[in-house]
Design a protein around this ligand. Structure first.
Ligand code: DER
Length: 234
């Protein structure tokens, strides 16, 4: 099975949790895309009715609109029944790294407003601890003096061998999030110690808007692997 086929299997499994009448957080990324497609299919077939979607990015908003999924926002629906979204890393405690697609702020706002947050991944996302994969831990920062903020982040996490890099788009210009901010990607050589302490310290830096560690937020993680589907509950 290809990685995308595994993502689709996890996504379709998560959509089995969707009931008619629900307000749904619609995730962002290549795995969540399959879930949004599936919800659109079931609505069109009349197997799901009376669904309202709260998108976690402009990209997902466009996808949902094209599928005819009725949309709203957090102002109108501050309490959401269920969110389905992917992740970049999942640790054994169901803590996540998200945001390599650049949507972490709206994802964390929407998923923080949900009664249930079902995270969908292929098995390659499973890690022993967050941040140690050598891949990016994204932090959304205001554009104003972003170098100052990047240095603060790098110094804060220097014990983990942190290197902070401004994320550029495909034209080499700073990537701009849906919210008009920049992303600083933190590359760590060592695992982070206490994640909550690291989270609080990062958020205390004035130029930081939000980071990509989703601690104690996922209620269920659906993992699709070569040997089948595993469902992990909080
Ligand atoms: O950027 C994000 O937060 C995405 O949800 C990411 O965490 C998962 O993206 P993928 O499903 O394309 O791997």
């Amino acid at each position: 099975l290809t990685q995308d086929e595994l993502k689709k299997i996890a996504a379709y499994k998560a959509v089995e949790f969707v009931e008619s009448g629900m307000v749904l957080g619609l995730g962002t990324g290549s795995t969540a895309k399959h879930a949004v497609d599936r919800i659109g299919d079931l609505l069109r077939q009349g197997k799901l009715t009376n669904i309202v979607g709260i998108p976690t990015s402009k990209k997902t908003q466009e996808q949902a609109l094209s599928l005819g999924i009725p949309l709203s926002d957090l102002d109108s629906h501050p309490a959401i029944d269920l969110a389905i979204d992917g992740a970049d890393e999942v640790d054994p405690h169901l803590n996540l790294v998200k945001g390599r697609g650049g949507s972490l702020l709206r994802e964390k706002m929407v998923e923080g407003a949900c009664k249930k947050f079902v995270c969908i991944v292929d098995e390659s996302k499973l890690v022993k601890h967050l941040g140690g994969s050598g891949l990016a831990l994204p932090v959304e920062v205001v554009p104003f003096c972003w170098k100052f903020t990047a240095n603060k982040l790098q110094n804060l996490l220097e014990r983990s061998g942190c290197v902070a890099k401004l994320r550029n788009d495909c034209e080499g210009k700073p990537f701009v999030t849906d919210n008009g901010n920049f992303i600083i990607d933190l590359y760590l050589k060592e695992e982070l110690g206490d994640l909550q302490i690291a989270s609080d310290a990062i958020l205390r830096i004035a130029g930081v808007v939000e980071h990509g560690m989703f601690l104690d937020m996922a209620t269920t993680v659906i993992v699709a692997g070569e040997l089948g589907i595993t469902i992990k509950n909080k």
